[in-house]
Design a protein. Sequence first.
Length: 193
Amino acid sequence: MLVILAPDYRKANLTLQLLTIAMSNYISIGKLVATFGVKGELLLEHRLGKKTMLRGLEVLFIEILKDEMLPYFIQSAKIKSANEIYLKLESVDSKETAQKLMHKEVWLPEEDFQKYASKSSPFTLLGFHIINDGEDIGEVLEIIEHPQQVLLRIDINGKEALIPVHAETLEKIDKRKKQVYLSLPDGLLDIYR
């Protein structure tokens, strides 16, 4: 379960409301890595797999503490590079306020993530099932990108397993069935069983 502390922007006193939402409905898209200027702009380094200004997106969620997120409304967004965006957020009006958000994880609801992520981004595999030798070994819970390969985190018998995906292991991806077919090395899964 994920707890979201949401300021009620409709009231002048900005009271906090407590919302409980399943973590599986949100996807981490990157981190706030720098401040820019003196008016509280932030630089978001994202993993969406394409250039985007997040046009039409009104709100994103910033993980303030572990499993606690606040919604922030976007005032403006400007592309810096293929994986970076300058963001101006409501209620972040100074460099000092922006500094408090540095190195925080940024999340989107799953529906918004699907709109803004590249179809070829590894992060679109979240929620897919891994099939190895005809056996469904688990649902992709997290994607960890490294220069040489991508690791898919799944749970096998209550244990966290990191499954490598690269040219030698990937057989095919069935987007309709939400399945990733792999040919894993013998013995890789034995330690989890």
